[in-house]
Design a binder for this molecule. Structure first.
Ligand code: DQA
Length: 150
């Protein structure tokens, strides 16, 4: 079965309480549960990992290929705008990746407009709140199914 890894970066463990006007009322736990259900319905398996620490995210990405992961779905949080090291980790493992943001960073402060991930992503989903994760899961499963047929 195709395996996806959903990664969330710093402060996303606070979803539900964190600036709900921007990020919505859903907790990360409920987002992960719905994403896993969506993956299962699409014939994929979803594993989830959140960390506030850059090195833990890097180590999780580095381990992903050996653990059978075929696709990354990644909300790097504020690391989106700062982390060349995480970008390099994604490039190093050569796994396809969809970048997800709950908010639309382009409609916010200027410093959020630069992403170190968008140009290496298969696609970017932003501004659609928690639904964006489910849409990314659906797209990732289809991408893997296309690859398996080809
Ligand atoms: C975010 C957007 C980032 O700019 C911010 O630092 C986050 C969350 C989003 O999901 O909208 O932590 O990635």
């Amino acid at each position: 079965m195709s395996r996806l890894l959903l990664l969330n970066g710093p402060n996303l463990n606070l979803l539900g309480n964190r600036e709900p006007g921007i990020y919505g009322a859903d907790t990360l736990e409920s987002i992960e549960r719905r994403s896993a259900e969506r993956a299962q319905a699409a014939g994929c398996e979803l594993e989830c990992f959140q960390s506030n620490a850059e090195h833990e995210l890097i180590e999780r990405i580095q381990r992903a290929p050996a653990q059978g992961t075929g696709f990354l779905i990644f909300n790097p949080g504020a690391f989106t705008h700062t982390s060349i090291a995480l970008r390099d980790a994604v490039l190093a493992v050569r796994l396809p990746m969809i970048e997800v943001h709950l908010s639309n960073p382009h409609a916010r402060e200027a410093f959020r407009r630069r992403s170190y991930f968008s140009d290496i992503a298969v696609g970017v989903v932003s501004g659609l709140g928690a639904l964006g994760y489910e849409l990314a899961v659906e797209a990732a499963c289809r991408h893997l199914a296309r690859g398996a047929r080809a």
